[in-house]
Design a protein around this ligand. Structure first.
Ligand SMILES: Nc1nc2c(ncn2[C@@H]2O[C@H](COP(=O)(O)OP(=O)(O)O)[C@@H](O)[C@H]2O)c(=O)[nH]1
Ligand SMILES: [Mg+2]
Length: 330
């Protein structure tokens, strides 16, 4: 069992080109008698979701007789731009995040949509993928599945890629992923050093067996990926995790001021887990306040043409329990 990030990086980092023989990959899947659900959380992605669903179908065709993806699920935030219709027209199963498991109230962002998707995902393996990728390439589907289909010891596979940053003036080939570089990696180095070998710890593209996802809690909103990384690590250990180089992924960029709040979500996720481990404030109660301020308030001081402003954002961080504790007989 390896625990060191350096050793892990050497033997659990894959390249999508190792898996480009789709017929061979689908044969392995068939031999192991596994089915796969692809889950795409979506909010206002009518311009990208159609091509992504088409691309998944194309991978299935190229795989020959046995499809690589058995179910394509789109969990939509009731997007006003028509995302749900586009996805349904291309043959995806579409659910509203607010209607799925509505007894839990309205959905709290992306993480909650992902958690709720587990109530309808039928695959033995569940593969999450962001639905805002431009120029979607097929290796985002088969590359992720490669390591988990090839080696039964692999329980969780995370995407790795280069993220270009396109500004109005120029393209910086590795300028994207700012929250990853400036928050997540430093935090993991300090507090979860085993996870320091992941190139894209916040990637929305990852796969695991459904049982793993059903047995871990999900943090809502942008904290979800950080929480899953930590919880998957605690459940299957570093040796059960892998990453795969998928080339380049072009993602929608957010303005820097929004990234500030996203960084805060990552930090809150780490702080929450550290508290549960008793590593913060000598309490294991994740809801105990760390400061006189409410955890959910984010005060954002900015200078604007109208002068200095103190903006206040409230984003509740909800933790959904392992879904198998909620859905007894599904
Ligand atoms: N269902 C649902 N999907 C969401 C929500 N917020 C974001 N998404 C989707 O989650 C994926 C990643 O979100 P995005 O905002 O691009 O995050 P980023 O790539 O980390 O900046 C995209 O497919 C979004 O459309 C939400 O509140 N509900
Ligand atoms: Mg995105």
């Amino acid at each position: 069992m390896t625990v060191d990030a350096r050793d892990w990086f050497k033997h659990r980092s894959y390249d999508y080109r190792q898996f480009s023989d789709l017929k061979d990959l689908s044969r392995r899947k068939h031999e192991r008698n596994l089915t796969v659900s692809a889950v795409l959380p979506s909010r206002n992605v009518a311009d990208t979701i159609g091509a992504i669903v088409d691309s998944i179908h194309a991978v299935n065709r190229d795989a020959g007789g046995n499809p690589l993806v058995d179910q394509i699920l789109v969990i939509d935030a009731d997007s006003p731009d028509g995302t749900a219709d586009v996805a349904a027209d291309r043959g995806a199963e579409v659910f509203s995040e607010n209607e799925l498991m509505h007894e839990h109230g309205g959905a709290h962002g992306k993480g909650d949509a992902m958690w709720r998707s587990l109530s309808v995902a039928r695959g033995d393996l569940v593969m999450f993928m962001d639905a805002d990728t431009r120029d979607f390439e097929s290796q985002l589907v088969y590359g992720i599945l490669g390591p988990i289909l090839e080696d039964p010891a692999v329980r969780y596979v995370k995407a790795a890629y280069r993220r270009p940053f396109k500004s109005e003036e120029a393209l910086q080939v590795d300028g994207g992923g700012r929250v990853t570089e400036l928050s997540t990696k430093p935090l993991f180095n300090l507090f979860y050093p085993e996870l320091a070998g992941f190139v894209q710890p916040l990637a929305g593209e990852f796969v695991a067996d459904r049982e793993l996802f059903r047995s871990i809690p999900f943090l809502t909103g942008y904290a979800v990926e950080t929480g899953i990384m930590i919880d998957a690590f605690k459940t299957v250990g570093l040796d059960g995790m892998a990453q795969v180089d998928l080339g380049t992924r072009q993602n929608r960029h957010q303005p820097l001021r929004d990234l500030s709040r996203m960084s805060y979500a990552v930090l809150r996720a780490v702080a929450r887990r550290m508290r549960q481990e008793g590593r913060l404030n000598q309490t294991s109660d994740p809801d105990a306040p760390v400061s006189p301020f409410q955890f959910s308030d984010y005060l954002h001081a900015v200078a604007t043409p109208e002068g200095l402003q103190l903006q206040e954002y409230v984003e509740e961080l909800v933790e959904r329990p392992p879904i198998k504790e909620v859905l007894k007989v599904r």
